[in-house]
Write a protein that binds this ligand. Structure first.
Ligand SMILES: *Cc1c(COP(=O)(O)O)cnc(C)c1O
Length: 394
């Protein structure tokens, strides 16, 4: 059986492994910055690119390559390049594929630091961004201009879990000679494979679910040989935000358990969403797995599970929401996500704290909104931890 015929679970464990003459069973870590050549002539040939092989770990490293090949196989993309962080994956994509004078249309509901990268830094180099509502294809269409090169989104969004129609936006992008770039951090290929719906580039913060255990910072860009294998890779080997071999090894181990971890995150998140809906202090729950979620059917058609992140609105605004946060003893009060440990965040005063009141209203970030990234603890313990604060609000 060829590797390309394997199912996702098998690829996650086996894809990309190249055993050395030591016959190691697990994947080895190659902690080396450079490589030796057999002769002066071989050195010349490798530098000229006439024969394949390693030169320097800013360009290639065997452990990093294993991670790249495994993630590419899981996403169903031709090539993957690993990066030092999720942000450097996004930066490398923009720097490699955009020119001064070009334009991006991006979802308004993207990771806050990505917004800063676009607004503050890409703008400085003449790349302008229009931010639009994730779920309204018409506003995406109207925002496209003659110099638009790239559409950028995350789905489901953070923290309101809105779901984009990836196929519709990929078609729209291609109609206008643009690329669709999807940050697939929240779903991972275990739940959603954007290439199946026509996306051109998939981006990851491996820091989140790919590691899944809160240890390393890393990222990746997946796509075809030309866009990623030549352009993004070319930027990366020149500018240098490459992944460390140690981190690549941690992420390889993370990928091996990705599918079962994601399934467990999804199961617990759905259970918690249903329970939260029944709590008198909770006004509304946002989770794509709930039948009343506006894009529930779209999510069901696009995703294999509804994800590990949910948010909910507490009656009584910020004071009430803070009371729930401050009465937890188990949940971690932190903005991170994609860990075995559940986390709770008050977006209006943290991740979205620098937005003006008007921007918050537009983004739907109310003062009573809380976000939970559901970890792998016992779901009864998680509910009990939240019940302490919720019951006091009665
Ligand atoms: C965390 C995150 C990033 C940034 O990744 P880092 O690894 O922290 O640089 C990008 N996109 C999304 C959706 C994220 O959650």
């Amino acid at each position: 059986m060829k590797e390309q015929d394997w199912e996702l679970e098998t690829l996650a464990v086996r894809a990309g492994q190249h055993r050395t003459h030591e016959c190691e069973h697990s994947d080895p870590i190659f902690m080396t910055s450079s490589y030796v050549f057999g002769s002066a002539a071989e050195a010349e040939a490798r530098f000229k690119g006439e024969i394949p092989g390693n030169i320097y770990s800013r360009f290639t490293n065997p452990t990093v390559r294993m991670f790249e090949q495994r993630l590419a196989a899981l996403e169903g993309g031709e090539r993957c390049v690993a990066t030092a962080s999720g942000m450097s994956a996004i930066l490398s994509t923009f720097m490699a594929l955009l020119q001064n004078g070009e334009h991006i249309v991006a979802s308004r509901a993207i990771f806050g630091t990505t917004t800063v990268l676009l607004d503050k830094y890409m703008a400085k180099f003449g790349v302008e961004t229009t931010f639009v509502d994730l779920t309204d294809s018409d506003v995406w269409r109207r925002a496209i201009k003659s110099n638009t090169r790239l559409l950028f989104l995350e789905t489901p969004s953070n923290p309101l879990t809105e779901v984009a129609d990836v196929k519709a936006l990929a078609d729209l992008a291609h109609e206008h000679d643009c690329l669709l770039v999807v940050d697939n951090c929240f779903c991972t290929p275990a739940l959603q494979r954007p290439f199946e719906f026509g996306a051109d580039i998939v981006i990851h913060s491996a820091t989140k679910y790919i590691d899944g255990q809160g240890r390393c910072v890393g990222g990746a860009v997946v796509g075809n040989k030309e866009l990623v294998g030549e352009h993004v890779y070319g930027f990366l080997r020149t500018a240098g935000p490459t992944m460390s071999p140690f981190n690549a090894w941690v992420f390889l181990k993370g990928l091996e358990t990705l599918r079962i971890r994601m399934q467990a995150h999804c199961n617990s998140a759905l259970d918690l969403a249903i329970w939260l809906q029944e709590q008198p202090a909770v006004a509304r729950v946002h989770y794509p797995g709930l039948p009343q979620h506006p894009q529930h059917r779209l999510a069901a058609s696009q995703q294999k599970g509804f994800g590990g992140v949910l948010s909910f609105e507490i009656k009584g605004g910020q004071a009430a929401a803070w009371q729930v946060v401050d009465n937890t003893r188990l949940l971690s009060i932190t903005a991170n996500l994609g860990d075995t440990k559940s986390t709770i965040t008050h977006p209006a005063t943290t991740t979205h704290g620098r937005l003006t009141p008007e921007q918050k209203a537009e983004a739907g970030i109310g003062d009573g909104l809380l976000r939970i990234a559901v970890g792998l603890e016992d779901i009864g313990d998680i509910k009990a931890d939240l019940a302490r604060g919720l019951d006091r609000l009665r």
